[in-house]
Ligand binder design. Sequence first.
Ligand code: SF4
Ligand code: SF4
Length: 210
Amino acid sequence: MTGPVLDFRPENATPFLQEVMERSGQMLTACYQCRRCAAGCTVGDETGFFTPNILIRHVILGDRETALSNPLVWKCVSCYTCGTRCPNDIQTARITETLKKMAKEAHIPPLQPKVAAFHDSFLESGLRWGRVNEMEFMGIYEIKNALREVRVKNYAAIVDELKGQARLGMAMFKLKRLHAGFMMAKGRKEIKALYRKAKKRPPASPGINP
Ligand code: SF4
Ligand code: SF4
């Protein structure tokens, strides 16, 4: 079985590859497709054939559409297993993180909307209080999910989600793994300032893992 033929155009491929290398700080052109990363990817069962080396190949070939929207970008758990195995020290977690940001900037709908909602809710709560406030974080996350389902009139999904989360919440509460109190960090202003500074920081040079 053969896949679709990619219309390779170096004039389109190079700027995209350069941007991903600069923003992620990873030297993608050093990849020689040995697949050591693929053999150990933690989410390999979930992403199927879409392994770290395949992702890198799509970026190198300038296949922007696939590189910004594929299962690995949305399911990578940033465990860094692939990076520790890579003979060229390529950290795919940095690449997937970069591609997620680029997809968001390009307003490409996330392949895994719940993962995107989880990221946004975590950041929102963490920045407000200087640490993630579990109750607020889960509240924001559930509201984001519910609003998305309301838009497509999938009310049953909202009920199922709330039931599942209530069961999980109760189980965690009994195990003292869920904290109902509101906690905040003393240095939350500094954390916000650090975040703003990091957003303004110029891209890292490829080959230097920031
Ligand atoms: S382990 Fe490194 S060099 Fe080998 S395929 Fe993966 S990214 Fe490329
Ligand atoms: S960092 Fe991401 S791509 Fe690399 S092994 Fe972990 S889950 Fe897979």
